[in-house]
Design a protein around this ligand. Structure first.
Ligand code: FES
Ligand SMILES: [Fe+2]
Length: 324
């Protein structure tokens, strides 16, 4: 076991922080986003945490303006189909599920794995942490399964999933994460001593050395890499330091547009934490590492990052462009 992961790393005063805008080149961020967007998700969209879906109740999620009902087969597999009952259109949310059959709440029409003429199921996948559904998506060739980031083994990790909504497109969420240079400036409560390793980075991978803040004096330095397994996902993997092998997956799913035509996106973030440490020590020592991702700081991070993503969407809607 290694020693204490905490390092005495006082937060630099703001006037000594050093500008990062020169490194945060707009063309570089744009190229990384374009590279990510070339990775087809194969029509797969994250619709929540595996733990959201009970064995005995259906739920409905919105994907790109489409209502999608999810429920579980008798063997626990996730199943999906259109969210409106083909009889009179009841929302198939919160329906009883008995032996893998979903019963409509209005008149009890039973839905199983097999479709009917007017109601065809969608492919669904439960990867153990997240639920996915596959929908016909323009420009995306369907694949058998979603492309998952490399994760620590389920037995040696624990996962936390949180979802937040913002008024932006999925690409705005990914673009925000492809700008790591904002970290120490915009989230000083969560990060400091952030440096992008240009030699190890390219348009498909950003390698960053950063300290997670525990207090104004103490931080946990790690090396992390950002990659996009598909156009709607960005994964931050800790490659060195405390919690190496842990991954924070950020999945952006379009909900569609609101009444005014503005886009809505839900960000589903899965933190899958692992550590070489064992037992009680794991929980205790992972706490500082996880604090930025799963505790109080997290909501601030998400609020701030969503504000960044929403600002991108707002500028686009106003026809303004910067850094071109
Ligand atoms: S609306 Fe579903 S069974 Fe009537
Ligand atoms: Fe951020």
């Amino acid at each position: 076991m290694r020693g204490n992961p905490l390092r005495r790393l006082p937060v630099p005063p703001r006037d000594r922080l050093g500008e990062t805008w020169r490194e945060a080149r707009p063309g570089r961020i744009r190229r990384a986003l374009e590279t990510a967007q070339q990775r087809s998700p194969g029509g797969w969209h994250v619709v929540g945490a595996s733990s959201d879906l009970a064995a005995d109740r259906s739920l409905v999620r919105l994907v790109d303006g489409r209502e999608v009902a999810l429920w579980r087969a008798a063997d626990g597999r996730a199943l999906a189909g259109p969210g409106a009952c083909p009889h009179l259109g009841a929302l198939l949310d919160g329906c009883e599920v008995i032996g893998g059959t979903m019963l409509c709440r209005w008149h009890g029409m039973a839905r199983g794995e097999r479709g009917r003429r007017s109601w065809q199921p969608y492919a669904a996948h439960d990867d153990g942490v997240l639920l996915w559904v596959q929908l016909p998506t323009p420009g995306e060739e369907p694949t058998d399964r979603p492309t998952l980031p490399v994760r620590p083994s389920a037995g040696a990790s624990f996962a936390t999933v949180v979802a937040v909504r913002g008024r932006c497109e999925p690409s705005d969420v990914i673009a925000n994460r492809l700008d790591p240079w904002h970290g120490a400036w915009y989230h000083p409560y969560a990060f400091s001593h952030l440096a992008v390793d240009d030699d190890a980075s390219d348009d498909a991978r950003l390698v960053v050395d950063v300290a997670f803040r525990v207090s104004r004096r103490w931080g946990v330095p790690v090396r992390a890499q950002f990659t996009c397994p598909d156009a709607r996902t960005i994964a931050m993997t800790i490659t060195d330091g405390e919690g190496a092998g842990s991954v924070v997956e950020t999945h952006a799913t379009s909900l569609g547009v609101d009444a005014l035509g503005a886009p809505w996106t839900v960000v589903t973030e899965a933190t899958i934490a692992t550590s070489a440490r064992r037992g009680f020590a794991v929980a205790r020592l992972l706490a500082p590492l996880l604090r930025p991702a799963v505790a109080a700081t997290a909501s601030r991070l998400w609020v701030d990052d969503l504000a960044y993503a929403e600002r991108r969407a707002q500028l686009r809607a106003r026809g303004e462009s910067y850094g071109v």
